[in-house]
Design a protein around this ligand. Structure first.
Ligand SMILES: Nc1ncnc2c1ncn2[C@@H]1O[C@H](COP(=O)(O)OP(=O)(O)OP(=O)(O)O)[C@@H](O)[C@H]1O
Length: 402
């Protein structure tokens, strides 16, 4: 991450957001901010709208928020739609991304003022890595948190996986609806209904599921060495991390990852093989699925096991270790995306108050040369001097460059 052309907007592969404007987004009726390459620090008392700004930038990159699962809270109370506009500079070329968020309806998107067919067509225009207190849930929370993390990284690396995920989710919903019908038919003692349609959906679920699974396995094995290196740097050599994938198609055992793809070009996750395995597992759990009216097998039931030494981090890691692990996952993602070509924008939301001085300084040392780092903090003194770049005060809905 350390280069001697920090913040150089013309650095090859470097990305920065040059301008952000919001209309009716969260607490902002309207706001416009010009940003700079290198560190940008947003400072202000609690609840003034610092996180809202960086959350909007994250939304441009993932079409989701790191804080909420639905879009409704993103629209200012009383308004019907929110608009985010971001001018993104990559390799010295500028791209304007515009998003209109209308809860309950399909969002609309434009790239360089031309409407795109689907909002997900803007994925890839801006890549970000965001680290926030919520990330502790990556280590301590439910499997859904880790699935979201790995899927977002997968889509950031290869935007075509947004369509794979959407297809998988659609098939899963349809198959669950069918299983629910079968379950209630069985309860009403009418048999399980016609199961031939279910077999058709098994095929679709296995095909999309295998593609998603293959993508996840590849991205996890590519990520693993970067996370190990980042954990080492953040914790000053106090622990060894390992990532494992726990698949619902493997019974309960966590599957060790293959060697990193980057180091083993011959490594190839075989989609046909994974499809076959999902189909077999679906067949094995069929009667249970019909009884419960829900799909019990597939990537939506999987997990990523984060090992620290010989113990899983979940349930065992200390608070500080959990923080370091969450940070290492995000810094590892940053390094992986950078190694792919095209440094993402790094967002550090409210994290310095949570870290001790040593970890703060180590983190600052690791990221200070990134193309663009956006930092939010309630107290300016919490931000290490290495990251004191351009400073903005955020108060009462105004963002003022100092
Ligand atoms: N949809 C919405 N409509 C109106 N106001 C909202 C909406 N969503 C959030 N807010 C307001 O935005 C403010 C929170 O902003 P934000 O999370 O950016 O604060 P912050 O400056 O990062 O604070 P902290 O330092 O506490 O993290 C709160 O006052 C909240 O009430």
């Amino acid at each position: 991450m350390n280069t001697d052309r920090a913040g150089d907007p013309h650095r090859l592969g470097g990305t920065h957001v040059r301008h952000l404007s919001l209309v009716d987004y969260r607490s902002y009726p309207a706001v416009s901010v010009d940003l700079e390459p290198g560190p940008n620090v947003f400072v202000g008392p609690n609840g003034q709208g610092k996180t809202n700004l960086v959350e909007a930038i994250g939304y441009v990159s993932t079409l989701g928020s790191h804080r909420v699962a639905t879009d409704a809270p993103l629209v200012r109370a009383g308004a019907t739609r929110a608009v985010i506009r971001a001018a993104v500079v990559r390799d010295a070329r500028e791209l304007l991304v515009e998003l209109e968020i209308v809860p309950g309806k399909a969002n609309r998107a434009r790239l360089n003022r031309s409407p795109v067919a689907r909002p997900r067509d803007v994925l890839g225009a801006l890549r970000t890595v965001l680290f926030a207190p919520e990330d502790l849930a990556l280590v301590r929370g439910d499997p859904a948190e880790r699935r979201r993390f790995i899927d977002e990284l997968l889509v950031a690396r290869s935007p075509r996986y947004a369509a794979v995920r959407a297809d998988y989710d659609r098939v899963l919903r349809q198959r669950n609806a069918l299983l629910r019908t079968a379950a209630s038919a069985r309860r009403a003692a009418k048999g399980a209904g016609d199961l031939r349609t279910l077999e058709v959906w098994d095929g679709h679920l296995a095909a999309h599921g295998a593609e998603l699974l293959a993508g996840r396995l590849e991205v996890l094995s590519a990520l693993e060495p970067y996370v190990a290196k980042a954990y080492d740097a953040v914790s000053a050599g106090k622990g060894r991390t390992r990532l494992a994938y726990r698949s619902s198609t493997h019974g309960d055992s966590a599957t060790d990852l293959p060697e990193p793809v980057t180091d083993r070009p011959e490594f190839n996750v075989d989609v046909a093989d994974l499809t076959h395995r999902i189909l077999e597992s679906l067949a094995a759990s069929r009667s249970q699925e019909i009884e419960r009216g829900i799909t019990l097998v597939g990537p939506h039931r999987d997990d990523v096991v984060l090992w620290l030494g010989d113990l899983p981090a979940k349930g065992y890691a200390s608070h500080g270790e959990g923080w370091s692990y969450a940070l290492a996952l995000q810094l590892g993602s940053y390094d992986l995306l950078s190694a792919d070509g095209g440094e993402p924008v790094l967002i550090l939301d409210d994290v310095f108050a949570e870290l001790d001085t040593q970890r703060r300084d180590r983190l600052a040392g690791l990221v200070r040369d990134a193309s663009q780092v956006l930092v939010t903090a309630a107290v300016a003194a919490d931000v290490p001097s290495a990251l004191q770049g351009v400073r903005f005060d955020v108060a009462a809905g105004e963002v003022t460059r100092v």
